[in-house]
Design a protein around this ligand. Structure first.
Ligand code: GDP
Ligand code: MN
Length: 380
């Protein structure tokens, strides 16, 4: 065996070791559902909805919110709109003959980015439970009750949920969400989870903190800061939402690379949390450092060294390795990999984390982005 192949083998084993440990922990703890002591509750709710040029879909979103199974007298909607289209006119018209829910419409003259807009909306939100939801998502009627039941546990200050149906039918995304749901349940049972999801997250109002105006991971940042101030922040698969996604490799990159960049930057900004805050800083954060920051580079290196190794040993035949990876990618992004589709989803995520990391090193990521128009069609 060439030394290259040996090095590649060692690299792969090192990359995999923490995952095997994590799998072992999962098998041992068998986490399932929410770790909270859930109990029925009906607190007053502020729903925060940020909008940027959502005139095509905002009405459908409002229909969806009004269809929630919750007393609308208890609900306040806080929209922060930074649009240049007629989104805010549509919202005003929609509410013109409605008694409830209460509407607070914050109108920004200029788009500063999602994080500063959200800071304003959170400031304006006055009710006990604050829900954040993206315009491009759908919520089932029970979602506020499921969230409130989690927050009724005095230890729990925030809860996020699961993407139960990937609109548009992307197998790559649903494969990833399936794996992610298991990871987030384990993290939540250990202590708290890291990632909070834009389509639906709920927070105790009195736990809210301002987020970095440049943040590209606003929901996760809020949760991380709440954990740092002592609250528990968890994932409950019974809290459900639906969001659209692509499978095609190139189409996925924009949104997913940006989200990856936001998460990596957040971890690095909060590196001093490692090793602190119980199992959150001793297990959850290190796992996420490994997954988001270390493994993408290790995998890339493994691939380069491995290719060099097989070429040295077998000559041109060794090109079968990179060609194989290419074929894996080609079939994966067409949702054609059947039983190994979820493995491709993880590979796709690692690609984004590598690209997001590189973009960060190159100083990219200013806090605004182009909204994905194609994905919006699904919600019309
Ligand atoms: P993605 O899901 O991560 O790709 O992010 P989206 O483009 O879907 O944006 C998430 C939510 O934030 C949507 O409801 C957008 O309309 C809204 N949004 C995005 N950028 C801004 C902004 O600069 N200001 C405000 N107020 N809302 C924004
Ligand atoms: Mn979105």
């Amino acid at each position: 065996m060439s030394p290259f192949a040996a090095v590649a083998g060692v690299l792969l084993a090192v990359t995999a070791a923490p995952y095997i440990a994590f799998l072992g922990l999962y098998a041992w703890l068998r986490p399932s559902g929410s770790p909270a002591a859930k109990s029925e509750a009906e607190p007053p709710v502020s729903i925060v909805l940020p909008t940027y040029n959502e005139s095509r879909i905002v009405e459908a979103k409002l229909d969806d919110l009004l269809a929630l199974d919750y007393p609308m007298e208890e609900v306040e909607l806080v929209v922060v709109d930074s649009s240049t289209d007629e989104t805010r006119e549509i919202i005003r018209d929609y509410f013109s003959d409605l008694e409830v829910p209460d509407l607070t419409l914050i109108e920004e003259d200029e788009r500063r980015g999602l994080a500063p807009a959200l800071n304003e909306a959170y400031e304006a939100a006055g009710r006990e439970m604050v829900v954040k939801t993206d315009c491009d998502s759908k919520l089932p009627p029970d979602v506020l009750r499921e969230a409130a039941a989690n927050l009724a546990d005095p230890e729990v200050d925030a809860v996020t949920g699961r993407n139960v149906e990937v609109l548009g039918g992307s197998g790559v995304e649903s494969g990833y969400r399936g794996v992610q749901s298991h990871i987030q349940q384990l993290e939540s049972h250990l202590d708290s989870t890291l990632i909070f999801h834009g389509p639906f997250s709920a927070f105790e109002n009195d736990a809210l903190l301002p987020i970095d105006p440049n943040s590209l991971a606003d929901d996760t940042e809020l949760a991380l800061k709440i954990r740092r101030q002592g609250g528990r922040v968890i994932f409950d698969p019974a809290v459900r939402y639906k969001e659209a996604s692509h499978s095609e490799f190139v189409k996925r990159r924009k949104q997913k690379d940006r989200r990856a960049m936001g998460l990596i930057r957040l971890l690095v900004q909060h590196r001093d949390a490692l090793g602190r805050y119980g199992k959150y800083g001793r297990a959850v954060l290190p796992f996420n450092w490994w997954f988001m920051i270390a493994s993408p580079w290790l995998l890339a290196l493994t691939l380069i060294v491995g290719t060099a190794g097989v070429i040295l040993q077998f000559g041109a035949v060794g090109l079968a390795l990179p060609v194989g990876v290419g074929l894996f990618t080609y079939l994966g992004q067409k949702d054609l990999l059947g039983p190994v589709q979820a493995l491709y989803s993880l590979f796709d995520t690692q690609v984004s984390l590598l690209r997001g990391g590189i973009d960060l090193l190159r100083g990219k990521g200013d806090g605004t982005w182009e909204v994905d128009a194609e994905l919006r069609e699904i919600y019309e």
